[in-house]
Each structure stands twice: as C-alpha cells, then as structure tokens.
Design a protein around this ligand. Sequence first.
Ligand code: MN
Length: 285
Amino acid sequence: MNLRTIRQRVPAFEVTEGAGVTVHRSIGTPALKHLDPFLMLDHFGSDNPDEYIAGFPEHPHRGFITFTYMLDGHMEHRDSMGNRGDLQAGGAQWMKAASGVIHSEMPKQTDGLMRGFQLWINLPARDKLSDPAYQEFSAAAIPEVAHEGARVRVLAGAFAGVRGAIEDPATDVLYLDVALAPGGRFDAPLADERNAFVYVFEGSARLAGETLPRHTLAVLGEGDEVQIEAGGDGARLILVAGRPIGEPVVQHGPFVMNTREEIEQAFADYRDGRLVRTRAAMTGH
Ligand code: MN
C-alpha cells in the first residue's frame, strides 16, 4: 500500500456571477490551468434568497464533456440533442458535447438555497468530433454506500463494489461525494494511473498530514490508496479521478481542441450553423 500524498494545494478562486452569487473555481485558474483530463471545476452556490444567478442562456460547446452535480436547488436545461428538463438536488448530468452541442443552463434556488458543481472533462482527439451523448440521473438513481462512518454517493466509476450511475468510457472518471461525521474516516483504493483530486466544500479534512479547509482543492500525488479524516466539524468533499489523455490542449472559451486550427474551425462551424450535426437519444431516469 502506498498512500496518496498532496502534490498541490489550490485555494479556490472567487468569481462573482449574477447578483452576488459566488463561484469558487479551482481547476481552470492560473494556479492550476488543467489537471489532465480535467479542464475546469466550478463550485457555485448561494444561501441568500436575495441573490440569484442569471444563468447561462444558449451557448455552444465542442471537444469535451460537462458534468453537472446539483447539491441544492435545481437547474433548468435544454440542449440541441432534444434533452430538456429540470435537474433536481442530488441529481447529476453528464453531457458529452463532442462534435457540438448548444445548450442553456439556468440554476435556480429552492428555499433560498442553490449549490452545485460543474466539472469539464476533456476528450481524447479520437472522440472530439464524435457524436454527442447525454446521461442524466436523479438523486434516487445515484447509489449511496455507508462505509466505515462515511456516506459515499457514487456518481461515476465504482466504489466498494458499487457501480456508479454515470458511465464515462473515454477517461474512466471516478466521481464520489463523501460526507464524514466529525472525526470520521474514509479510505479508498485509487490506482496510480489516474490523476485525482479532492475538493472540500463543507467542514475540513486531513489528508497526508495536511488540513484542507473548505473551498480547497488538493491534487493528489502518486500512490494506490487515499485516506481522509474529517475535522471537528465533519467534512463533505468530492473525490474525483480520471485517466490522463496526454495530448495538447488548446482552449478558447467554450471550445477545447488539440490545435489552434481546430479552434478556428469550431468558431467557423458555430458561425455558419454547422456546429450541431447530430442528435442523440437521452438515457437515464
Ligand atoms: Mn455550458
């Protein structure tokens, strides 16, 4: 057994959206531009009924996957694949934009609360212009595991013999939501070939002898197992891992490709109405 250490600590960078709603961005900032295959992690939230988020009306994506996990509140959405709905608290949406999707995302408060995450997952070159795909699961369809005092929701990948709701074939993403009581412990095997991070969003956690306060991301070092212990107020965190792609990343706004020419092509396709080429069937519950 070789315990994962912390390679880099990244305090989230605050970006204000709408009328005072705060987005904490960690991946996709000057301190951590990318963590292959992850391109961006936004933790958005508000507990003030006077604040609201304007949301994101119709906009395009190409070349990667958006993974949205709502903790509180809900998100009205629609896309060019024909999917439309209202993602409720505890639910998750995996949208492979690939060759091109246009969608709208409008997070809303419930009883003054709205919290969630959006993670951007890169695609390898061979999949960047493949057909879009979509998976959406409600809270009830996401398996939950009680594990030595931890409550673990398995959004994607497998944990303790339980297969998560979302399948992520290209980079084999593991996505766990871990809740720990004060002093509670969590450990999990985590194979070395996957890049991994922990992001604490409630309480504080100890990992490899370091304390991670709320709104802190830790990039994990090499090893094959992760051990986490909650602080005195307990902890809630996401643990995410994925197989690195190891290809050049050229990103411009909503498009993430391998070369500058492919980005120019994406802008030209969007301008000429050729970004959306295919429609995909919706799966999930
Ligand atoms: Mn979007």
